[in-house]
Design a protein around this ligand. Structure first.
Ligand SMILES: *[C@@H]1O[C@H](CO)[C@@H](O)[C@H](O)[C@H]1NC(C)=O
Ligand SMILES: [Ca+2]
Length: 362
């Protein structure tokens, strides 16, 4: 399994860039990042081949959920309406106005990790008559009830939201306004947000102002298993999904320069309102990824105290404005020129090679 997964990851790099750029709609910024990454790639060797992974049982929630919710010796704690059965941890039942969560009791001090979330969202409601979704957390705070998928607002750390109800769309419809196809998001929609304790989640706009990126994911009422992978390696956040029952990962989001402190807690939460769904977590498996770092890299990595994302303003600007900013134009032109120059060099090399060969033949 591990080898196959690694291969998949390596193989999916280019489409990953493509879908990322396509789906985030943050094309300009995105291509700038990619150009930078491609330029920097020889010294990064970030291809996953030198990576090993180990399941960390103390940070994982798996069947048969021994003592979860009944004993304080369990590594996991339930909150609100969450309930454990033999088959799943049900964060909310398919009933109105419920909220529940499950939180790890043990802070996680790993530097590089991957969380594999096996979940299920299902209910009686017809499409768009269900809600509100579930969230997966890596935060400083734990066990705090609130409006963000059942967790507190102004959280500190990472939140990945599987949002099944488009609040903003309903809001816009009421105002007889619409987003252009370029900026519209199709729900259910998965997105990531990094909070620093003073950033709020805008529920009415489905978190758009603080969104780092995301993707559409038809995850509701599926007969097969649905998975979410959250990978954090070398300050790079990658989210992939496996929701079609084909055992294939699909890229959802991939962002470098994400700074998350160590020692935070993993958790999952969900909420229902006027509309509802069963929000089930079947397992949370945390893998430690061991990444080879050079001494220099080790030294350069200073400890993170407050979560942040490099170029967050740029990401945000691009998702709210349709025109290119001056910086974007500058970089687009710069990298286009660099690309042309590279092609020219390759062309010259190939040409001289061909020339030499044809001379040898005569
Ligand atoms: C949190 O992030 C926002 C937006 O980037 C920033 O304005 C604010 O100063 C940050 N707060 C802290 C405590 O770092
Ligand atoms: Ca929503």
């Amino acid at each position: 399994m591990a080898a196959a997964r690694r291969e998949l990851f390596a193989r999916s790099r280019i489409p990953l860039f493509h879908t990322f750029c396509y789906e985030t709609m943050a094309k300009n910024t995105c291509w700038i990042f990619i150009s930078l990454l491609l330029l920097a790639s020889p010294c990064r060797s970030d291809d996953g081949h030198e990576m090993e992974e180990f399941l960390k049982r103390e940070h994982s929630l798996t069947k048969p959920y021994q003592a979860v919710g009944s004993s304080s010796s369990s590594h996991w704690e339930l909150m609100g309406d969450a309930m454990v059965t033999t088959e799943q941890v049900r964060l909310t039942p398919d009933m109105q106005s419920k909220q529940g969560a499950v939180w790890s009791r043990i802070p996680c001090h790993l530097k590089d990790w991957e969380l594999q979330v096996h979940f299920k969202i299902h209910g009686q409601g017809k499409k768009n008559l269900n809600g509100d979704g579930l969230a997966v957390w890596y935060t400083k705070e734990r066990m705090q009830k609130g409006p963000v998928f059942g967790n507190m607002d102004f959280f500190t750390g990472l939140g990945v939201f599987v949002d099944t109800y488009p609040n903003e769309e309903k809001h816009l419809e009421a105002q007889k306004r619409r987003y252009t196809p370029r900026t519209q998001r199709i729900f259910p929609y998965i997105l990531a947000m990094v909070g620093n304790g003073s950033l709020g989640y805008d529920h009415e706009r489905d978190g758009r102002p603080t969104e780092l990126g995301g993707c559409t994911a038809m995850v509701r009422n599926m007969n097969h298993d649905t998975f979410l992978f959250i990978r954090y390696v070398r300050r790079r956040l990658t989210i992939m999904i496996d929701i079609e029952g084909q055992h294939e990962w699909r890229d959802c989001l991939d962002i470098p320069g994400v700074h998350l402190p160590q020692g935070y807690y993993f958790g999952a939460s969900a909420i229902t309102g006027d509309l509802s769904d069963n929000h089930d977590v079947i397992s949370l498996k945390l893998y430690q990824l061991t990444v080879l770092r050079s001494k220099q890299e080790e030294e350069e990595e200073e400890e993170v105290l407050i979560p942040s994302v490099d170029n967050f303003e740029l990401l945000k600007m691009d998702s709210t404005e349709s025109g290119m900013s001056g910086i974007a134009i500058f970089f687009t032109v710069l990298f286009s020129l660099l690309g042309c120059f590279l092609l020219l060099v390759i062309g010259l090399v190939l040409y001289s090679h061909w020339n030499e060969n044809s001379r040898k033949r005569f």
